[in-house]
Design a protein around this ligand. Structure first.
Ligand SMILES: Nc1ncnc2c1ncn2[C@@H]1O[C@H](COP(=O)(O)OP(=O)(O)OP(=O)(O)O)[C@@H](O)[C@H]1O
Ligand SMILES: [Mg+2]
Length: 238
């Protein structure tokens, strides 16, 4: 359902962040993306909801080719949780950040309130609803950014480093929550134990290319493969 073909991307300073990636992800699948700092993970996933547009190659979601013209449709289908929560939260009140996208969809005010409350309660953020997002702790911001996407109930959820700043209990909570979703998920993470717990497939990136793709437990237990891509075994296997 997600089909990436021959994607390449050059930043204005001529850094080639993505270098000819092709990848197909099944509907309903949960895929982890791992790779060293600078491997191109964020650049790749920022293409999946049209935040970056393909310079070379194509990406289609459920047969819809992402282009400037259909970004509204793509935004409904694919929710992206940015690596930096400050890129996601922009209103003066947490509640409004969650309501914003729903209101834009033309959902009735009563339904918007119900969905916002449900989502905030689900992530233990309800008590914080009147706070400006800039006054939240790092972990709270991380959950708040996730809430803005979860509330929209997209078919595809893309998360870039969702566990950074989370305490062990909230990390565990996120694992349970992600495993309860029936959406297609794509998770970028340096936390290979988190990928182990939430993904069936893994893609290893190295210097803008895909170094390996396959079943999560197989790839994540291949010490040689991980080390040759500057990664280490998940903690549970060390
Ligand atoms: N705005 C930018 N302008 C120029 N180069 C950039 C920009 N953003 C990223 N890059 C470069 O593109 C490459 C890929 O960066 P990217 O952020 O996609 O890596 P990443 O795999 O997400 O790394 P990390 O694990 O540190 O988040 C890096 O070499 C980086 O220096
Ligand atoms: Mg990144």
């Amino acid at each position: 359902m997600i089909c990436i073909e021959e994607l390449s991307f050059l930043y204005p300073d001529r850094t080639k962040a993505i270098d000819g990636i092709s990848l197909t992800l099944r509907k309903g699948s949960a895929t982890g993306i791992a790779g060293a700092n600078g491997a191109g993970k964020s650049t790749l996933v920022n293409h999946l909801n049209g935040y970056y547009l393909a310079q070379q190659g194509t990406i289609s979601i459920d047969g819809v080719m992402i282009s400037k013209k259909n970004l509204d449709q793509i935004h409904k289908m694919v929710g992206l949780v940015f690596q930096n929560p400050d890129d996601q939260l922009f209103t003066a009140r947490l509640y409004d950040d969650i309501a914003f996208g729903l209101e834009n969809l033309g959902i009735s005010p009563a339904s918007v309130s119900a969905i916002v409350e449900e989502t905030l309660r689900q992530l233990n953020l309800w008590e914080l609803r009147d706070k400006p997002p800039s006054h939240l702790s790092q972990g709270e911001k991380r959950f708040a950014a996730f809430a803005t996407v979860l509330a929209m109930k997209p078919e595809v959820i893309v998360m870039d480093e969702p566990t950074s700043d989370l305490d062990p209990k909230n990390r565990r909570k996120l694992i349970t929550l992600i495993n309860s979703l029936d959406t297609t998920t794509i998770t970028v993470s340096h936390d290979l134990d988190f990928i182990w717990d939430t993904c069936q497939e893994v893609c290893i990136m190295n210097k803008g290319r895909i170094a390996a793709v396959g079943p999560a437990k197989e790839i994540l237990s291949n010490k040689e493969l991980l080390e040759s891509n500057n990664l280490e075994l998940p903690l549970r296997l060390q």
